[in-house]
Write a protein that binds this ligand. Structure first.
Ligand SMILES: NC(=O)C1=CN([C@@H]2O[C@H](COP(=O)(O)OP(=O)(O)OC[C@H]3O[C@@H](n4cnc5c(N)ncnc54)[C@H](O)[C@@H]3O)[C@@H](O)[C@H]2O)C=CC1
Ligand SMILES: O=C(CO)[C@H](O)[C@H](O)COP(=O)(O)O
Length: 306
């Protein structure tokens, strides 16, 4: 089958390669001419035979919106746009309606597997009309991992990205749990070999998993992760998961805490904890730390005299 792919970065580039290895025909476009097969979205569309299918794999938000909108202007009725990026499911619903008004199909596809997907395959979580999903099955079959699982048609437009959002929320909490366990073991003087301990958990344990394997891979390169700063970014999925939980009044304490832990990781100092320290000092005369820097000794502050 023929597929156009827009966005040939870490994900789209490898997906194009896996599709080609699997016998599919791919025409790729990226802002970066070094990786592009064509020089514009228009040329990409012109290179495909109708009914066309174009997979968008660019950053979520404006880049995806602009690309989907442009495709809506140049594709024809019967063509399909697939959004494979980590878009908010609410955006899918808008894009689906915009394209449907022109007779163009829209399918959202949550993709999991990261940079390992080229070799391992990509888990795919799809939303959209059965008619379009069926037509795209040769592409999905080539991208997905070998075996029975790794693909779901989760529901109508938006469902694919909704389940990918929840998948990423789970990912946040699992990573946080591994991180916290690691910190506690390293902080204790009871365990002498934390790296070997985590490695041993790869087999037989309840918590064996790909994330654990990847953690052990990172620890093999840098046993105390000394090369890294404890700073974690986020690209939206965790926030949307927590927002959806609020909308549905569903308690998500673990996922919410793991999102907030990332926010905390970006602070040099915590304004909220300054308030806590100031209040402890005010009501209890408890000592506070000097703000001059980590090396400065903690300074006891006398409680104010009334
Ligand atoms: N890296 C990962 O583990 C995963 C990423 N995703 C999602 O896949 C999408 C792509 O992610 P990555 O490949 O990791 O990002 P990336 O930054 O490696 O690649 C994005 C590519 O899109 C190109 N690009 C950006 N805007 C464009 C536009 N308007 N037209 C043409 N090309 C454009 C850039 O030049 C770049 O080559 C994002 O939505 C991301 O959230 C989804 C699953 C996993
Ligand atoms: O979808 C992914 C993995 O499943 C991407 O790697 C995503 O970027 C992870 O989310 P965040 O950037 O918020 O940590």
């Amino acid at each position: 089958m023929e597929l156009g792919i827009i966005g040939l970065g870490k994900m789209g580039g490898n997906m194009a390669e896996r599709l080609r290895r699997g016998g599919q025909t791919v025409v790729g476009y990226d802002h970066n001419p070094e990786v592009s097969d064509v020089s514009s979205v228009e040329e990409l569309v012109a290179r495909l035979s109708p009914p066309r299918a174009v997979w968008v794999m660019v950053p979520a938000g404006k880049p995806t919106h602009d690309t989907v909108h442009r495709l809506g202007e140049i594709l024809e009725a019967g063509d399909i746009v697939i959004d494979g990026g980590n878009s908010h499911y609410v955006d899918d619903q808008k894009h689906g309606e915009e394209l449907a008004a022109k007779g163009i199909g829209f399918v959202d596809c949550g993709v999991s597997g990261g940079v390992w997907g080229l070799e391992n395959g990509y888990a795919l979580m799809v939303g959209g009309d059965e008619e379009y999903v069926k037509r795209l099955m040769p592409i999905f079959e080539t991208l997905k991992p070998e075996g029975e699982y790794g693909f779901v048609h989760a529901g109508k437009v938006g469902a694919g990205h909704f389940v990918k959002m929840v998948h990423n929320g789970i990912e946040y909490a699992m990573m946080q749990a591994f991180g916290e366990g690691w910190e506690l073991i390293e902080a204790s003087d009871v365990v002498t070999n934390p790296v070997e301990t985590f490695r041993s958990w790869e087999q037989g344990t309840v918590i064996r998993s790909w994330l654990l394997d990847l953690m052990n891979r990172a620890l093999a390169d840098d046993p105390h992760l000394e090369q890294l700063r404890g700073y974690a970014n986020d690209s939206g999925e965790g926030r949307w998961t927590v927002q959806a939980a609020v909308d549905h009044a569903v308690p998500l304490p673990a996922i919410t805490a793991s999102l907030y832990a990332r926010f905390a990781s970006r602070q040099e100092d915590s304004p909220a904890m300054k308030v806590v320290a100031a209040l402890r000092n005010q009501f209890g005369g408890h000592a506070v730390e000097n703000a001059k820097g980590a090396d400065a000794p903690g300074a006891d502050v006398e409680p104010p005299t009334l």
